[in-house]
Design a protein around this ligand. Structure first.
Ligand SMILES: [Zn+2]
Length: 69
C-alpha cells in the first residue's frame, strides 16, 4: 500500500513514521505521550483512505486522512 502525504508517496510504514514525527507531542498540553499504549497512534484503512488517529489524555484528538495511491 502506498499513500500520498505532503506531496510524497510513502509506504504504510514510512507514512506512520512521518505522522508520528509530525504529531509527536500534544499541541494543547505539550505531552509527548499521546497515542495508544505503543505511542504510535493508530492507523486505520478504509477503501481509498488511511486514517491516522492520535489522542491525548487532556482530551485533544486528531484525525488525519491520507489518500491511498
Ligand atoms: Zn494533551
Amino acid at each position: 500500500m502506498s499513500f500520498r502525504y505532503k506531496d510524497e508517496i510513502l509506504n504504510s510504514l514510512s507514512l506512520v513514521r512521518e505522522l508520528v514525527r509530525d504529531y509527536e507531542s500534544c499541541p494543547e498540553c505539550g505531552s509527548n505521550s499521546i497515542g495508544s499504549s505503543t505511542n504510535l497512534g493508530s492507523m486505520g484503512y478504509n477503501g481509498k483512505l488511511g486514517t491516522f488517529e492520535r489522542t491525548c489524555k487532556c482530551g485533544w484528538k486528531s484525525k488525519i486522512k491520507v489518500e491511498k495511491v
